[in-house]
Design a protein around this ligand. Structure first.
Ligand code: 3PG
Length: 212
């Protein structure tokens, strides 16, 4: 699987924090219907692995990966659940290497030139720029590109990205996609307001179309 191509194709990856497994299928359906079929289910809750398995089983149109992979144990659980890619907020060479051994496409997080340099040395050309807004936003990515453009690096800015600023990031050709929780608001998910989530996904897709 070419992860950069996959991410570029959608432009926005919903970052999902799921509390109850039974929310997974209606949520994934709403996001797919809204036009966002590539999902990152974060391993921040107990329900993560079960949610990934349920989406794989019942929403075949979705491509589901695992986020917030900080440990080998989480990597193992994500793989077992059926995640087809992994994402981390930071760069841990041990986790990155283990993902390679298990042939799980992996996107580590970076926010400095040193971390980016290490990620590239470890063979990761696709990185999460996290926390995007707090780490300097579009300006920081442009500065990093001044030194790193020739490497072919591609970014997934995440953290503080929203409908209000996502177009600024997507206007950079080196930004393959942006990630964010804004398309799955905590309150809407808790209330089972999947119509609102579908609307936010469709709104996000319209922004991507205007940028590309
Ligand atoms: C992540 O882990 O990707 C971030 O917590 C998402 O940040 P956001 O809530 O600002 O989108």
């Amino acid at each position: 699987m070419d992860i950069i191509k996959l991410m570029w194709g959608v432009g926005i990856i919903p970052v999902i924090v799921i509390d109850r497994e039974e929310q997974a299928v209606p949520l994934a359906k709403a996001l797919v219907e809204g036009g966002l079929p590539v999902l990152e289910v974060t391993f921040r809750t107990e329900a993560a692995a079960g949610a990934i398995t349920a989406i794989r089983r019942e929403v075949p149109e979705a491509t589901v990966g695992a986020g917030t992979i900080l440990t080998i144990e989480q990597l193992t659980a994500a793989r077992r659940a059926g995640a087809v890619f992994g994402v981390a907020p930071g760069f841990d060479p041990i986790v990155v290497n283990e993902a390679r051994v298990r042939q799980l496409p992996f996107c580590p997080g970076v926010s400095t030139a040193s971390e980016l340099s290490q990620a590239l040395t470890a063979g990761c050309r696709f990185v999460k720029f996290f926390p995007a807004e707090a780490a300097g936003g579009v300006k920081m990515i442009k500065n990093l590109l001044g030194a790193f453009r020739f490497t072919g690096v591609r970014f997934m800015p995440t953290g503080g990205v929203s409908a209000a600023n996502v177009a600024d990031y997507l206007s950079l050709p080196e930004v393959a996609c942006c990630g964010g929780t804004w398309v799955v608001p905590k309150a809407a998910l808790a209330a089972g307001d999947y119509e609102e989530i579908r609307r936010l996904a469709a709104e996000a897709v319209a922004i991507v179309r205007r940028c590309r």
